[in-house]
Structures are given as structure tokens and as C-alpha cells.
Design a protein around this ligand. Structure first.
Ligand SMILES: [Ca+2]
Ligand SMILES: [Ca+2]
Length: 134
């Protein structure tokens, strides 16, 4: 997965994120070494690691697990899962708040700044949003 994220957080409101492709793989930026004794390609791959000898110093490093694709993440139904090297992060979708493992709907009707309804309209809270009913 090739993602980068931009997170814009507003006071009182939820965290909105945009995900777009970036031109490099995050796991290429950060490597966890694999424990090897001989540092040969055979030993490295036998341990389920990546062997990279494209640089002068051969490197054996652990593979990233894409928890988001493999479904081993624990993100809430109303959260984005973003894969990171050797980890992942859960971010609540717009209209929800929480730590990503647990996201609850924001009741926009509780605060006038979150629901610019006309004074004559009634704010009705909805899952992930709200509506203004005349
Ligand atoms: Ca990962
Ligand atoms: Ca809501």
C-alpha cells in the first residue's frame, strides 16, 4: 500500500483525513534489521526477511505487514486504517471522534458551531453527520 496522509484537525470538530498515493513505499524509508549470523541471501530469506544487496553493504531486514489489507488491524468500522512500516494507525472518519480503535458519532446538534442550520430549522443528528430539517 502506498499512502500518505494529511490530517486536518479542528477544535470541536472531527479529524478529517485525505489519503493519496505517494511516489515511494513507506517501508523503503525505515527498516527493522533481521537477526542473522552469516548475512547471506539464503539465511535472510529462510527467516522470511528481505535481502537487499543493491547498496555496497548487504542488508537483511524484516518485511512490513500490511495490517490494513490483511485484516489484522483493530480499527473501528468508522475509521480509516493506514499502513505504516511495522505498524499501522487507525483514524476516525469525518463526523466521528475517538482513538481509531473506537469511533463514536459526533452529535453536531449539541454545538451551534458544528451545525450551521438556519434558526428556523431543527438540527437532527445522524450517524457520521447531521441534517437541518425545516
Ligand atoms: Ca504495517
Ligand atoms: Ca452526527
Amino acid at each position: 500500500m502506498r499512502f500518505c496522509i494529511l490530517c486536518l484537525c479542528f477544535a470541536l470538530a472531527s479529524c478529517q483525513i485525505e489519503i493519496f498515493e505517494k511516489p515511494y513505499v513507506v517501508s523503503e524509508l525505515y527498516h527493522l534489521p533481521c537477526t542473522v549470523t552469516t548475512n547471506t541471501k539464503e539465511e535472510c530469506e529462510a527467516k522470511g526477511c528481505y535481502y537487499d544487496d543493491s547498496e555496497n553493504v548487504p542488508e537483511c531486514y524484516q518485511k512490513n505487514i500490511d495490517e490494513c489489507t490483511e485484516g489484522t488491524h483493530n480499527c473501528d468500522l468508522h475509521a480509516f486504517c493506514v499502513d505504516l512500516p511495522y505498524s499501522f494507525v487507525c483514524l476516525c472518519k469525518a463526523g466521528f471522534k475517538g482513538n481509531g480503535q473506537s469511533c463514536i458519532d459526533i452529535d453536531e446538534c449539541l454545538h451551534p458551531l458544528l451545525n450551521p442550520c438556519e434558526p428556523s430549522a431543527v438540527c437532527v443528528n445522524e450517524l457520521g453527520g447531521y441534517s437541518c430539517v425545516e
